[in-house]
Design a protein around this ligand. Structure first.
Ligand SMILES: Nc1nc(=O)c2c([nH]1)NC[C@@H]1CN(c3ccc(C(=O)N[C@@H](CCC(=O)O)C(=O)O)cc3)C=[N+]21
Length: 299
């Protein structure tokens, strides 16, 4: 029987465990704070940010939301980030991507002080992560959430053939790097595939673990997978449908055919998405702990 991973359940457990760490911080006089910054006309961004704020409320993190005018000059965003960097009540800062076109995204991510960079997008934190487990400050939320899912479902990464499809800074690149690291959740043999890969199927077909992060609806189907594989679907694509909202969510994997072949598979929604949000809370608690010197046990 194919096991369908329940990302909502694992994320709920992590939130539950984080509540204990948050209580410890509160007893020591610190309420962890997470600031989300939105400057975007992307329709999905508003949904994601409000979900992140709701998560904060549930676990007892102080959620601060700043929304900037889409026509505002880029400097307004930098000033906002500078204020949040200096604010002692803010331990984590997330600048929602994509940003409006007048802002250079890389510059915006670099403006966040590395100690508060809970996305792990700042080059200092990316560098530290790549340098290895004992050097890392944060792990980026989506790859970190995927490692937690693999752990929870006893998917062995050591010695496994892992194929990461997609090479974005937010998922593909850090995912491939973490899976290859000499660590309990790593030690896989990793191949990175992308838009210029020739014969993608030849790679995915021999993979024990496939991570699909390309942003193309149902890009990978069952015929491209090895029997018994673990399939992690990172895609969250809105496709037109006759639903109340006018769209439905579809992953980068064609779920129906893939589940026939896979041993373990994540659904969309309810797979990687909720884990990304849970690990954002995780990183915020870690950030608060490190900024205040109060030790906490992280799940
Ligand atoms: N600075 C920054 N950090 C991010 O981490 C970041 C970002 N920008 N920009 C956009 C992407 C996307 N992302 C998602 C996280 C959770 C869900 C999620 O919870 N999805 C639910 C359903 C969502 C729905 O119903 O629309 C699920 O898959 O079950 C989706 C998407 C974080 N991102």
């Amino acid at each position: 029987m194919t096991e369908v991973i329940d990302g909502n359940a694992v994320a709920a457990e992590i939130r539950e465990d984080l509540s204990d760490a948050i209580s410890t911080l509160k007893q020591a006089g610190t309420v962890p704070g997470l600031a989300t910054v939105l400057m975007s006309d992307d329709p999905a961004s508003e949904t994601y940010v409000s979900m992140k704020q709701r998560d904060c409320e549930e676990v007892g993190i102080n959620g601060i939301h700043v929304e900037l005018d889409n026509d505002a000059p880029a400097d307004e965003l930098y000033e906002t980030i500078a204020d949040l960097n200096a604010d002692d009540e803010v331990h984590g800062i997330l600048v929602q991507s994509p940003l409006v076109e007048q802002v250079n995204e890389r510059e915006a991510f670099r403006a966040v002080t590395p100690e508060k960079d809970v996305d792990c997008f700042h080059p200092e934190n990316v560098g530290r992560m790549v340098a290895g487990p004992s050097h890392a400050r944060f792990k980026p939320c989506t790859p970190h959430g995927i490692l937690k899912l693999l752990e929870q479902y006893d998917v062995e990464t050591e010695g496994a053939e892992a194929v990461v499809v997609g090479r974005s800074n937010i998922v593909g690149k850090p995912m491939a790097n973490l899976l290859a690291q000499n660590d309990d959740t790593g030690n896989a043999t990793v191949t990175v595939c992308h838009s210029r890969t020739e014969n993608l199927e030849a790679h995915t077909k021999r993979a024990d673990i496939v991570v699909a992060a390309v942003g193309v609806p149902e890009f990978i189907d069952g015929t491209m997978l090895k029997e018994g594989a673990t399939v992690i679907d990172v895609g969250i694509n809105r496709v037109d449908a006759e639903t109340e909202k006018g769209y439905e969510l579809v992953g980068d994997v064609e779920f129906a055919s893939a589940r026939e072949v896979a041993d373990t598979i994540t659904p969309v929604p309810g797979g990687v998405g909720p884990m990304t949000r849970a690990m954002l809370l995780w990183n915020t608690v870690k950030a608060a702990s490190e900024q205040t010197g109060v030790d906490v046990a992280l799940p």
